[in-house]
Design a protein around this ligand. Structure first.
Ligand SMILES: NC(=O)C1=CN([C@@H]2O[C@H](COP(=O)(O)OP(=O)(O)OC[C@H]3O[C@@H](n4cnc5c(N)ncnc54)[C@H](OP(=O)(O)O)[C@@H]3O)[C@@H](O)[C@H]2O)[C@@H](O)CC1
Ligand SMILES: Nc1ncnc2c1ncn2[C@@H]1O[C@H](COP(=O)(O)OP(=O)(O)O)[C@@H](O)[C@H]1O
Ligand SMILES: [K+]
Length: 463
């Protein structure tokens, strides 16, 4: 397991059981968790006065360990508790704290505040008085830390079960949980740090990490670098954006199959005219095509439907976005050839797959299994899911991405990386990361075209 692994509350408990079966006690894990968190707090806040809020479970137990260790380093520490400690380990930690304990309701603010009220054991929203007190103490503190999770967030979905304040640092214990990456919970802290407590678990679901890219082989040529085709339609601008993105993705060659000619944009893109579906079919019969994009600017009329039918039967790896997803949704998501990549935003996702149960990660995984395709479920939190159960979650992307055409750019970039790598899940992960980093570099108020100009530098940074 890496510290980028994402575990549900139940999977985290399983990981804890595995560690305990290997001879580590629950209290030893709590000591490790508390020590790791205390170290982070010490580095951030040094000897500034600190208030630790301790809940009734093991999250509260972590809080008592943090309080004891930081007081031993000379930090002026106060502890406020929400009732009695109800687990054996948290009672042990409380007994080892030999300072006073105030009732939470009476606690006055401090420069630093630690929220160790609830973690993965939260079963319902906080009582209003408790949530309000937590919000007041957090707002008054210059440094605030949520231990494992901000109290009030649902671990597995990222939903807020009661009012949750904005924390400075969230310290994830042992592994990330879905709520660390999925909104709205992921918006409840500025920084996320993960503390290793020595637990082990499978890493099928991870935070999206920066990719390692390769330069073209010495003997590379344009076809070995990957040939991409974009099938456009009624709105040429959208498919041009996708073509231009593919052209700067590292792929060897891009063909744009449009309703009109020439298409404008970089001359390196090969502009082909294919008005009728049989012309599109003929142009897609080139066996060297390593990825075919359809959707951006395709339209939704009968001509678009016929063009999509040509794409779905061309036998090449597909990237389907926008109008292609909407047209598919009316028919059947299972018409998608295996090995394809679908890039729905929330509206398109629901039209394609309905209102599936569970978290955004659960939904994306279920959709991937059902369609046999890699799913890029877009949004401020972006989940990439494969039919074999792997998933990667990207979070913290620039909110300036919420501008027209950035999805078209992503579709072209995904196709380009698919043409380069031949691996749909890897291509999807690379493209989402590169797209996010391009947005970060583009700064404020950019337009979709600007993102593409960042690609060469973003790719260079990962070689
Ligand atoms: N897993 C690991 O490897 C390790 C885990 N560690 C730590 O343990 C944490 C999980 O601990 P935990 O399971 O004891 O749960 P926790 O979040 O403290 O709260 C549960 C208690 O709160 C109660 N309760 C719930 N909601 C409530 C509400 N709204 N209002 C009032 N009460 C409410 C609930 O009672 P009940 O639901 O039965 O009413 C129960 O008594 C985890 O996040 C991490 O910090 C580390 O120590 C080291 C290794
Ligand atoms: N608030 C946001 N924060 C981060 N990324 C966002 C946000 N809103 C949208 N995005 C990203 O921007 C892109 C928008 O795609 P899409 O909705 O298909 O737009 P369009 O159809 O206009 O191209 C996706 O990659 C999505 O993940
Ligand atoms: K907490």
């Amino acid at each position: 397991m890496t510290l980028a692994s994402v575990l549900t509350a139940a999977q985290m408990r399983d990981a804890e059981q595995v560690a305990m079966a290997a001879g580590v006690t629950e209290y030893a894990l709590m000591e490790r968790a508390g020590a790791a968190a205390a170290e982070i707090i010490w580095r951030a806040g040094a000897k500034r006065d600190l208030l630790v809020l301790c809940g009734p479970g093991n999250n509260g137990g972590d809080g008592f360990v943090i309080a004891r260790l930081l007081r031993a380093r000379g930090v002026p520490v106060r502890v406020a508790a929400l009732g009695e400690s109800r687990t054996e380990s948290s009672r042990t930690a409380r007994a080892a704290w030999n300072g006073p304990i105030e009732p939470l309701a009476d606690a006055a603010p401090a420069t630093q505040m630690v929220d160790a009220l609830f973690g993965t054991g939260l079963s319902r929203g906080l009582d209003t008085a408790v949530a309000d007190q937590l919000a007041m103490l957090t707002a008054q503190a210059s440094f605030s830390y949520a231990i494992d999770l901000p109290s009030g967030v649902e671990t597995d979905s990222g939903a807020l079960l009661s009012r949750v304040p904005a924390f400075g640092i969230c310290i994830a214990l042992g592994a990330l949980k879905p709520a660390h990456l999925l909104y709205p919970a992921a918006g409840c802290f500025e920084r996320l740090l993960c503390a290793d407590i020595g637990t082990e678990a499978p890493d099928r679901i991870c935070r999206l990490e920066p990719p390692a890219l390769a330069i073209p082989a010495a003997a590379a040529h344009k076809y070995s670098r990957g040939l991409v085709a974009i099938v456009g339609g009624a709105m040429a601008g959208a498919s041009r954006l996708a073509s231009h993105a593919a052209a700067r993705s590292g792929a060897g060659m891009v063909r744009h199959i449009g309703l009109e000619s020439p298409i404008g944009g970089p001359d390196a893109i090969v502009a082909l005219q294919g008005d009728e579906a049989d012309e599109v079919t003929a142009l897609l019969s080139d066996q060297r095509l390593a990825a075919v994009v359809a959707g951006p600017g395709l339209g939704r009329d009968d001509r678009a439907r016929a063009r999509l039918a040509s794409v779905l039967t061309c036998g090449r790896p597909l990237v389907l976005d926008a109008d292609a997803l909407t047209l598919l949704g009316e028919e059947n998501a299972s018409a998608v050839p295996a090995g394809s990549i679908l890039t729905p935003h929330e509206g398109e996702f629901v039209r394609l797959f309905g209102d599936l149960p569970g978290s955004k990660i659960d939904k994306a995984l279920k959709a991937a299994r059902r369609s046999g395709a890699v799913i890029i479920y877009k949004g401020a939190d972006c989940v990439i899911a494969a039919p074999d159960g792997r998933a990667a979650v990207a979070t913290g992307a620039s909110s300036w991405l919420s501008t027209a055409g950035t999805g078209d750019v992503l579709a072209g970039l995904v196709a380009g990386r698919l043409a380069v790598t031949g691996d749909p899940f890897r291509a999807a992960c690379e493209a989402v990361w590169l797209h996010g980093d391009a947005a970060r570099r583009a700064g404020a108020a950019f337009i979709a075209d600007d993102l593409i100009m960042q690609f060469p530098a973003v790719i260079a940074s990962r070689l």
